[in-house]
Ligand binder design. Structure first.
Ligand code: KE4
Length: 428
């Protein structure tokens, strides 16, 4: 596969955009080489500027659960655009998608739409601090909740990929209110709570982690967090930006039957357009301006095009109840195929997967937190990434990311991928 045109475009982009990209992970820094510039996409396939067709396992980092250019979403956006693109005034459409989202997700009465997952998580933390009148939060090493200052304290994926977990620009004043815990380690969380009695407003967690590869919660971990929060007057925030409307119709709360106090969303909820959201029971959400004292706002929040895309996406997921089972079966089939060929080629690896999220780690030990995820052999990962790229398969350009399975993938695509992994892993 040649990438001449992408290389030219990257050189031009670097002159006017820092690092040539608008989000760091796209720059291929963790795997080397120059990023692929995409011309178009349809279903399970990307078409790059050099005319290569790539099977896409990233799907814009999650949104394209039904495949690229999903017709109902495309049509909804086209029709809505003809009626105006933004008003800064309420529209019926926002109520329609809010009613549908609230009907799909357990334990929420109200939802506020914003423009990104970062904004959703940042606002959820401010709301939790306002509601509890406490300052501190607990997050988990290796989890990523966007680039708001409070989260860039040994953050996940992006920052770890750059090997600089504590980002410059985050003040000591901010950092002191963020406590770091170990994922899947309830004792560690309990000790932090004990040492900061009555000072912790919220625990924010990726209930299934996706920013250190895919790491499902150990049995009892989420239930334990729920109990610790209930016992200590702490709000439990499930960051479902990745898992919401992906792992189940009602997300991880439904999948594991654990109640969060606030849930954040992104990615799938926008159908590929810029949408984030956060939701909770009325007693908490009514603390938000203009009803309550916690301020949060946004010019393009509830934008009609984004809402039209999100509504079409959620309607598709709400009506096709077999979708999540199909995604789970395709992911399990892929995982079994990869396991078989990597074992046959005597590679040291671990595969983590749940629902339609999967990651391959090049270390034989179980990957259950950031420390064990960091043990993966990145030199092998680089060969894996570029080898697959040459075979026409696009996986995440970082070992700290999750693959996202789309319903547009056929079993022929999955078999093609498994054969390519067999071929590439013989070169390790
Ligand atoms: P955005 O601000 O990028 O929309 O969402 C931030 C966010 C919040 N919470 C979770 C669990 C997330 O995974 C994300 C963003 N995910 C990354 C992928 N690891 C987006 C890719 C990127 O940074 O370009």
């Amino acid at each position: 596969m040649l990438y001449k045109r992408s290389s030219q475009l990257f050189a031009e982009a670097e002159k006017v955009i820092p690092g040539g990209v608008n989000s760091p992970v796209r720059a291929f820094k963790a795997v080397g080489g120059t990023p692929i510039f995409v011309k178009s996409a349809k279903g399970a396939y990307l078409y790059d500027e050099d005319g290569n067709r790539l099977i896409d396992y990233i799907n814009s980092w999650g949104p394209m659960i039904l495949g690229h250019a999903y017709e109902p979403v495309v049509q909804a956006v086209i029709e809505k655009a003809k009626l105006g693109t933004s008003f800064g005034m309420p529209t019926e459409l926002e109520t329609q998608i809010a009613v549908l989202a609230v009907s799909m997700v357990p334990n929420i009465d109200k939802i506020r739409f914003v423009n990104s997952g970062t904004e959703a998580c940042m606002s959820a933390v401010r709301l939790a601090r306002g509601f509890t009148k406490r300052d501190k939060i607990i997050k988990f090493a290796g989890c990523y909740h966007g680039h708001s200052d409070s989260f860039l304290i040994q953050a996940g994926s992006g920052a770890i990929t750059f090997g600089s977990p504590n980002s410059p620009g985050v003040t000591a004043g901010t950092a002191k209110d963020t406590l770091l815990a170990k994922y899947n380690d309830l004792q560690n969380v309990a000790a932090l709570i004990e040492a900061n009695k009555n000072e912790i407003a919220a625990i924010i967690v990726e209930p299934v982690a996706g920013n250190m590869g895919c790491i499902p919660p150990n049995k009892g971990f989420l239930e334990g967090l729920r109990q610790l929060c209930t016992d200590n007057g702490i709000l439990l925030i499930f960051d479902e930006v990745m898992t919401g409307f992906r792992l189940a119709r009602g997300g991880v709360q439904e999948l594991f039957n654990v109640t969060a106090d606030i849930v954040t969303f992104g990615k799938v909820i926008g159908g590929g357009l810029p949408v984030g959201a956060f939701a909770a029971r009325s007693a908490i959400m009514n603390y938000l301006a203009p009803l309550g004292p916690v301020y949060q706002a946004g010019t393009l929040s509830g934008n009609p095009l984004a809402m039209a895309a999100g509504l079409a996406m959620l309607q598709a997921l709400d009506t096709d109840r077999a979708i999540f089972k199909r995604l789970e079966e395709k992911t399990a089939y892929l995982a079994a195929g990869i396991d078989k060929v990597l074992k046959a080629n005597t590679v040291a690896f671990t595969i983590n997967s749940i629902g339609s999220m999967i990651s391959v780690h090049f270390d034989a030990a179980p990957v259950v937190d950031f420390q064990t995820a960091a043990k993966g052999d990145n030199e092998i990962f680089k060969k894996f990434f570029h080898g697959l790229l040459q075979e026409g398969i696009y996986i995440a350009p970082s070992a700290y990311e999750t693959w996202f399975i789309t319903d547009a993938l056929t079993y022929e695509d999955l078999d093609f991928t498994i054969r390519a992994i067999d071929k590439v892993s013989k070169t390790f």
